[in-house]
Design a protein around this ligand. Structure first.
Ligand SMILES: NC(=O)c1ccc[n+]([C@@H]2O[C@H](COP(=O)([O-])OP(=O)(O)OC[C@H]3O[C@@H](n4cnc5c(N)ncnc54)[C@H](OP(=O)(O)O)[C@@H]3O)[C@@H](O)[C@H]2O)c1
Length: 388
């Protein structure tokens, strides 16, 4: 097998401009003449060149990935050898250290959401940049990043720069991956879809799940009151420990709306519902809202929501319903970076914590899907790719 060989030189603790100049001047395709050096920077350049260390990435032609060739149950996930992705000018190649599992991966696997076949599953990961596209100026080989992009159930993923976020060396890859897709979703839901404030009360379904735990913590950072639903006693304890103000077991109380209403706005109902459960809860969610309240239908964990009659919205108090997706909330240039900046600031302050996680090898992605769909998982599910 012919190895692709990437060689990069990293100069420790130097400003990016100097680094760029140095690597550019050593590259056959670019010229150092595009950078103007003053005397001070030349001295810096020379002194740092003395302490140069060389980092070498040897990229194989092939890698391990989890793909589907047809839709169906967890058994359609295949752990196989595939070619490394080829990056475009606006992409980086990331060597994944940690890969996040999300419910959307099960929709892709079952065919609820369509993917071309065969496809590598997965939408998020964190790791190290090992190749940089020609037009990219803001990342370099050796940088650590987290991203929201297709094809993450693999050792390497090609990621567009717009959905890639540079992370601090102090942030571990599992925490970074855990707060990327679900962190960004929680962020747009509380900051953009419905701007949650300290005087609001929200209802968060499946509070012990990945997105649920993120939403509870973000709502509490903002100072809102949180009512949440879960399906077991163990999950009740978990969400209360996270800071939820009230918890309802919706397995034993499927008609939870009366209870929710009593707890919010003097019996009028909650200001907003974040509902990722879907089919089993959406009607009770509508009934839990105050007049002019917001129903954010974010997912289909129990199945898709059927068509909604607009007259139901007027009958229940001129309600608003939205069905948002993360990709739309990242369309604005810089959105990924500004959202990630606030999310990882909360993480570094210890206000947003990864309190429960389950980590499995990449080869066991099928087991991870079964765990997620069985409702036995709590918090974040992560995959670890082989390191070779
Ligand atoms: N629109 C977006 O931008 C966006 C982005 C991210 C996630 N989401 C959605 O948010 C939801 C949560 O995603 P996640 O990845 O964080 O998953 P998760 O919450 O970790 O897992 C789903 C949870 O849903 C609950 N659930 C209720 N009925 C279920 C059923 N019949 N089958 C399976 N689970 C059921 C379970 O909690 P209990 O046992 O406590 O009921 C389960 O733990 C999903 O619907 C997902 O699609 C949407």
């Amino acid at each position: 097998m012919i190895n692709r060989f990437i060689r990069s030189t990293i100069i420790s603790q130097q400003p990016k401009s100097i680094y760029t100049s140095f690597t550019s001047s050593s590259s056959s395709s670019s010229s150092s003449s595009s950078f103007s050096f003053n005397n001070k920077s030349i001295l810096n350049y020379i002194s740092r060149k003395m302490s140069t260390t060389t980092t070498t990435f040897t990229l194989p032609n092939q890698m391990k990935a989890v793909r589907i060739h047809r839709t169906g149950g967890a058994d359609v996930l295949q752990y196989e050898d595939v070619n490394l992705p080829t990056i475009k000018d606006n992409e980086v190649l990331v060597k994944n250290e940690s890969i996040g599992i999300n419910f959307i991966d099960t929709y892709h696997r079952t065919g609820l959401y369509t993917l071309p076949l065969p496809s590598t599953l997965g939408r998020e990961g964190a790791g190290t940049v090992v190749q940089v596209g020609a037009s990219i100026k803001t990342l370099q080989i050796g940088d650590r990043v987290t991203y929201f992009s297709p094809g993450s159930y693999a050792q390497y993923t090609a990621v567009p720069i717009a959905v890639c976020h540079h992370i601090d060396a102090s942030l571990d890859a599992q925490t970074a991956a855990a707060f990327t897709l679900q962190g960004l979703t929680g962020h747009y839901l509380v900051r953009s879809t419905f701007a949650l404030a300290a005087n609001h009360t929200c209802l968060i379904h499946a509070g012990a799940g990945g997105l649920g735990q993120v939403l509870i913590q973000m709502a509490k950072i903002i100072g809102a009151r949180v009512i949440t639903t879960v399906s077991s006693k163990e999950k009740e304890e978990l969400v209360l420990a996270l800071g939820a103000d009230h918890v309802i077991n919706y397995s034993s109380t499927p008609d939870f709306s009366e209870q929710v209403k009593k707890l919010a706005n003097d019996g009028k109902g909650v200001d907003v519902v974040y509902d990722g459960v879907g089919q089993a809860t959406w009607q009770q969610s509508l009934k839990s809202l105050r007049p002019l309240g917001y129903l954010c239908l974010v997912g289909n964990a129990s199945g898709p929501v059927p068509p909604i009659d607009p007259l139901m919205l007027s009958a229940n108090g001129s309600l608003f319903v939205t069905r948002p997706t993360l990709a739309d909330y990242l369309r604005e240039p810089g959105s990924m970076q500004s959202r990630c900046t606030e999310i990882f600031k909360w993480v570094s302050q210890g206000r947003l914590k990864l309190t429960s996680k389950t980590v499995l090898p990449l080869s066991q992605a099928g087991e991870a899907h079964i765990l997620l769909e069985s409702r036995k998982s709590k918090g974040k599910l992560l995959l670890e790719p082989p390191t070779n």
